[in-house]
Design a binder for this molecule. Structure first.
Ligand SMILES: NC(=O)c1ccc[n+]([C@@H]2O[C@H](COP(=O)([O-])OP(=O)(O)OC[C@H]3O[C@@H](n4cnc5c(N)ncnc54)[C@H](O)[C@@H]3O)[C@@H](O)[C@H]2O)c1
Length: 410
């Protein structure tokens, strides 16, 4: 006769039973540096926190250096390692391809994965050009008819406080929208000696602060406002036009360089105003030259009846001013967005035990698994990513034409 089971053995047994009862979703990820690590965190954790209809399996990760990708697979929790993304897509144990590479390979990998019958998650910006984004969207629409899902990684939609802000705007709590003010400020390029990584070359990144940070704030502003930007007037600038060439590999925002200089071929900063479909006005600022600002994303919405404000550096909070309250005691108040009824909070910690940056990737994995299992349109879809790409293209066109107001193509 066996020993009676200990409680955690019983729990482990119950979990294994629940795991076995759900179909697996094999994930294959291309790229394993900054976003690769963040997405791995999302895939590893989502199933341990939320009740998911499918069981994500970290099947294989792909990079170009065999030894480095094997090390990354072990550290990040992937079962297998591949050195060619085509081989990753062809694997029978891969149902979903997660694209975490620079923008110059998004279209080729995503379109091939969709053609092979796989679901796709693609990092932002969707592509480096409108033409690539159009081709990806056409491929996603054809694949949707076959039951496949294609989503873009605009993860700031998955902060509980930004999701709550969207809900409050949709419920009419701030009334007719008048202003959206949004900034995304970093400072990692202030140092003139920072080397020429892929993010500073048009052929690999498409654009600079605009496509990197601007894409996020255009998507977030439209998501929270619940309506599209219809035109923009813009200024862009490249403050440091030559930088040292890379002397080794780069990862995320870290790199080493030295000696010879090469040209920076993207913008360092982009400033633009915009008009929403409802007539509300917007201002956007995206820069890597805001000395002292590390990852400062702020959005404020002013409506006829109230205002909302969010700051990524205080991401468990949402500020709300209810303009219908008597002026004697009205004012901005802090909503601590950690209640079980707040978006995504039903499965996390007790109220007041806050979340962080990495949880946005857990929520992204959760939402994508539900969309795949239940059908329906992924949010944000490739079509949403294409619309953001068109806003970015209009910003570049406006900046080239002395800030002339430039409508967004449809
Ligand atoms: N959602 C966000 O908040 C966020 C943040 C940072 C970056 N991004 C986006 O994520 C993407 C990747 O950025 P990152 O910061 O992770 O870059 P990174 O430089 O840290 O990593 C890029 C990875 O892609 C790999 N790679 C490049 N070309 C490849 C190829 N042909 N085949 C296989 N692997 C290849 C590199 O080896 C590396 O592992 C970009 O589109 C970027 O805009 C999104």
């Amino acid at each position: 006769m066996g020993q009676p089971q200990q409680p955690d053995e019983e729990q482990a047994g119950a979990q294994a039973g629940a795991q076995a009862g759900r179909p697996p979703l094999g994930v294959g990820m291309v790229g394993y540096a900054f976003m690769g690590a963040a997405h791995s965190q999302g895939w590893r954790t989502a199933d341990r926190v939320f009740d998911l209809p499918l069981r994500p399996v970290l099947a294989a990760v792909c990079g170009r250096d065999a030894a480095a990708v094997r090390t990354a697979a072990d550290r990040l929790g992937w079962a297998a390692a591949e050195t060619d993304w085509r081989a990753l897509i062809a694997r029978d144990d891969v149902d979903l391809v997660d694209v975490c590479t620079p923008g110059d390979s998004h279209a080729e990998i995503a379109i091939a994965a969709l053609a092979a019958g796989k679901h796709v998650l693609c990092e932002k910006p969707l592509a480096n050009t409108v033409e690539e984004a159009e081709a990806m969207t056409a491929a996603a629409e054809a694949a949707a008819a076959r039951g496949q899902v294609a989503m873009v990684g605009f993860n700031y939609r998955r902060v509980p406080a930004t999701a709550l802000a969207r809900k409050m705007v949709a419920e009419g709590r701030i009334g007719a929208l008048r202003h959206v003010r949004v900034t995304y400020l970093q400072d990692w390029l202030v140092d003139r000696e920072f080397p020429l990584t892929w993010r500073l070359r048009k052929e690999s990144a498409g654009s600079g602060a605009l496509g990197d940070l601007g894409a996020h704030i255009v998507d977030l502003a439209q998501y929270v406002a619940g309506e599209p930007v219809i035109g923009v007037s813009a200024l862009t600038e490249t403050f440091v036009r030559e930088r040292p060439l890379l002397s080794g590999a780069s990862s995320g925002l870290s790199a080493a360089g030295g000696g010879e200089l090469g040209p920076v071929t993207v913008d360092d900063a982009a400033l633009f105003t915009g008009r929403f479909a409802s007539g509300a006005l917007a201002s956007f600022e995206a820069t890597r030259f805001a000395t002292g600002r590390k990852n400062s994303l702020r959005i404020e919405l002013n409506g006829e009846k109230g205002s909302l404000a969010f700051d990524l550096e205080r991401l468990n909070e949402l500020s709300y001013h209810d303009g219908t309250e008597p002026a004697t005691h009205a004012g901005f108040r802090r909503i601590l967005v950690t209640e079980p009824d707040h978006p995504y909070l039903e499965a996390w910690w007790p109220p007041g035990h806050g979340l962080g940056y990495e949880h946005t990737f857990v929520h992204q994995a959760r939402d994508l698994v539900h969309t795949i299992a239940e059908g329906g349109r992924p949010l944000p879809s490739f079509a949403d990513g294409l619309q953001v790409q068109r806003v970015l293209a209009a910003v570049e066109e406006s900046a080239e034409k002395n800030s002339v107001f430039t409508p967004i193509a449809s």
